[in-house]
Design a protein around this ligand. Structure first.
Ligand code: ADP
Ligand code: MG
Length: 731
């Protein structure tokens, strides 16, 4: 029996004790977070006021006040059983990082007390030398600082034997450059705030103090049994299967999507949600996704910075809880060939401090006008900077989705839905003459609210779709930290909001009627950005041709997509809006290209080992079975005179030849692959990424095809690698 077959009999869920009375979520939601409400109970009124002013008005707090908050936070954490604390940050690897310190402080020989000062709360100094900096920091300049982000509540992470207080922070270099993903996001929200507040003022909203982006990331993922995972070097090291014949039954019957959730899986989901609720993560929706053993979690949307922290935490929780259930949660964008990959739909909108959603079409013509102005800004932003959106989702894992015959395509376009498209078309045509409020009404704009609920049909294929009162950026990868994508969306839209405000002001100069001036400005933008709008099937061949005619970029490779980051006009944009300095964005370009190369090198070396240590030996075993059998048959025919049909012997011979040549090709191509890796060492990162994309990836695919052919014929007994049908269907 193969190891794999032995394992099959052991696959089962863990025994769980029945939970007769699950707690009401509202009774414990956020209990492990130190939010404003908890803080309020532990600090003085004046310090609380100072803290709020810091948060909302950018005022600073005194060290004394910081000490008071730190002490309160420590006491709260200790009362909940925490013994360690850490600054929790998001370096450019895309993961989260933490360096734990105990609360203890020595007060005399052999004596300690628990202490935590404002200083330690506000600032930390982990050794930064092993985090990627993209050349921002020379290796000998090891210092990096973490600084408290008070807008995201501190939280407690529980493990079986203890608890740790985590304090969300940004991460910067000795000279103050951003070394993380959070700081640029905060800066982009600042830019967006300024531009948006400025724009709504034109519409008479003088009392709006703050506008920020909101975000609800829908998280897709796969689950597989831990035993299978441990037997697959590729899943363990690369997060995706590098070989593996597709199961004859995949997703073609569409019987997984929204299907009944298997008990083993739903138990996992219950536990993830419970852990998430304790941390104040508002997990809302859960369901089966399209591919077998693929699922989704979606939260209620929040302010982007919080939503982003929460998504990072949720991913960590999912991985942790899955292990408790003898499962492994796969967040890779394409763990299995031939079935859907996983993405993260980034639902994005703008909200003001009074609770209004700026992408809500509204109830009155005035609101409609403002809505249309914001919409025009979004269209212009995507039209002008589709390259940056594409760059924000460029990574090795996502390359298997974008531009590789999978949802969504690498061509960025916007879907608005029939109603809205009609309205925009009318504005574009109707505006030529005079425009008054009546005309606007005649144009049908006041009918907008009626369509509000389901104003748009669903278009599942569009990478940037308007879905009623928000946009959905669907190209983000499932494993990604969403900060970068949000940062890009915020920045390009901030710039366009400024542009729209400028155009409205310009039009107001020549047009006394404000509504007419707005319509004039919007009509111009609608005309200029038409190429970016597409309502059809984004997966169709015709769209690729059509997009080319329209001059829309279609960048399939990661290394080319990333080039947008260092484009002169884009660097100028980032500097103007103070989101990245030139040095910071160039650093990111280098880091992400380098990460791409490292990922492919890990994959290729893993494939090499799998082929040589698992696949070829299994093939040779089978080859021996065939040749022994052939020898026996030949003997029987010759020696014992058994009347064997020539076709029988020939068939066996052919099969043996076929298997032998497959083994040969697998070995030969693998040797070529190693030579290629060696050759690529002599060129720089950018060139290497190109070689990997153009030569290494096709070679790996080629090897895989032969390996998968072998898997289909080699006896089940000799094949130790868990097969697709088992990983995806035995639950
Ligand atoms: P779908 O049908 O598109 O899969 P889901 O209900 O799964 O929709 O997810 C929609 C997501 O959009 C949720 O996370 C939701 O909170 C989020 N969302 C709704 N309104 C907004 C908004 N104004 N800003 C940002 N995200 C939003
Ligand atoms: Mg959904």
């Amino acid at each position: 029996m193969s190891i794999r077959q032995k394992l099959l009999s052991k696959i089962k869920g863990i025994e769980l004790t029945k939970n007769e009375h699950p707690k009401k979520v509202s009774s414990y939601f956020g209990e492990n977070t130190f939010g404003i409400e908890t803080m309020q109970k532990h600090i003085s009124k004046s310090t609380l006021e100072a803290f709020k002013a810091w948060l909302n008005e950018g005022k600073t707090i005194s060290m004394q006040q910081a000490n008071e908050i730190a002490d309160a936070m420590k006491n709260w954490a200790i009362s909940k059983g925490a013994t360690y604390y850490t600054h929790w940050f998001q370096p450019m690897t895309g993961l989260t990082a933490e360096k734990h310190d105990s609360f203890i402080s020595i007060i005399g020989p052999g004596k300690v007390v628990e202490k935590f000062s404002g200083n330690k709360l506000i600032q930390g100094e982990p050794d930064a030398s092993s985090f990627p900096s993209g050349g921002i920091r020379a290796t000998f300049e090891a210092r990096g600082y973490t600084a408290w982000d008070p807008s995201s509540p501190a939280f407690i992470i529980e493990s079986t034997l203890g608890k740790t207080l985590c304090i969300p922070t940004i991460f910067i270099s000795y000279h103050g450059e951003a070394l993380d993903k959070k700081l640029p996001l905060l800066r982009s929200d600042e830019a967006l705030n300024k531009a948006a507040v400025n724009l709504v003022k034109l519409f008479g909203h003088k009392n709006i103090k703050k506008i920020f982006s909101t975000c609800g990331p829908e998280q897709e993922y796969f689950l597989i049994d831990k035993n299978y995972y441990n037997l697959r070097q590729d899943l363990l090291l690369a997060g995706r299967t590098l070989v593996g014949a597709p199961s004859p039954k995949g997703q073609q019957l569409e019987d997984q999507y929204f299907g009944t959730i298997k008990e083993r899986v739903v138990n996992f989901m219950f536990e993830v949600a419970e852990e998430a609720y304790k941390l104040g993560i508002p997990v809302m929706t859960r369901h089966n996704e399209v591919a077998p053993h693929q699922y989704e979690f979606a939260p209620i949307f929040e302010e982007s910075n919080i939503a982003s922290d929460h998504n990072q935490l949720l991913m960590e929780l999912m991985k942790k809880v899955a292990l408790r259930h003898n499962l492994v949660c796969l967040l890779h964008e394409k763990p299995f060939a031939g079935v859907n990959g996983s993405g993260k739909h980034l639902n994005w909108s703008l909200a003001d401090n009074l609770g209004n959603n700026l992408l809500n079409p509204g109830e009155t013509p005035e609101e409609n006008l403002q809505f249309l102005a914001v919409l025009a800004a979004v269209l212009r932003a995507v039209h002008l900077h589709a390259d940056l959106l594409r760059a924000s989702v460029a990574l090795a894992g996502n390359e298997h989705r974008l531009g590789a015959n999978e949802a969504p395509p690498a061509i960025i376009s916007v879907f608005l839905g029939e109603q809205l498209s009609k309205i925009l078309d009318m504005i574009e045509k109707g505006v030529k003459g005079k425009v008054s409020k009546r005309d606007i009404i005649d144009l049908g704009i006041t009918r907008l609210p009626k369509f509000n609920k389901d104003m748009t049909d669903r278009n599942r294929t569009s990478p940037f779709a308007f879905t009623g009162n928000k946009f959905e950026f669907r190209a983000v990868g499932s494993s990604q930290n969403i900060s970068t994508a949000i940062t890009m969306v915020n920045t390009i839209i901030a710039e366009s909001l400024d542009y729209v405000a400028g155009e409205i002001k310009k039009a107001s100069g020549s047009n006394k009627d404000f509504s007419a001036a707005v319509m004039q400005a919007i009509a111009k933008i609608i005309k200029e950005t038409k190429a970016i709008r597409f309502e059809g099937n984004n997966y169709a061949e015709e769209w690729i041709k059509e997009a080319k005619r329209r001059g829309l970029p279609n960048v399939a490779s990661t290394y080319e997509a990333l080039e947008a980051l260092v484009d002169k006009k884009n660097i100028a944009l980032f500097e103007k809006y103070k989101v990245f300095s030139e040095e910071e964005i160039v650093a990111r370009y280098h880091i992400w290209i380098h990460l791409y190369n490292l990922t492919l090198e890990i994959e290729a070396n893993t494939l090499n080992e799998m082929v040589n240590a698992s696949v070829v030996p299994a093939g040779l075993k089978y080859q021996k079975l065939l040749s022994d059998n052939l020898a026996v048959l030949t003997d029987l025919k010759k020696g014992a005179g058994v009347k064997l049909d020539a076709a029988v012997v020939n068939d066996l011979k052919e099969h043996l030849a076929d298997v032998s040549s497959k083994i040969y090709y697998v070995r030969r191509n693998t040797r070529d692959m190693i030579k290629l890796l060696d050759k690529a060492k002599s060129v720089n990162d950018e060139k290497r990424a190109k070689v990997y994309y153009e030569e290494l990836k096709p070679l790996m695919e080629h090897i895989r095809r032969h390996v998968d052919d072998l898997e289909r014929v080699v006896s089940d007994e000799s094949w130790d690698l868990p097969k697709y049908r088992e990983m995806l269907f035995v639950k």
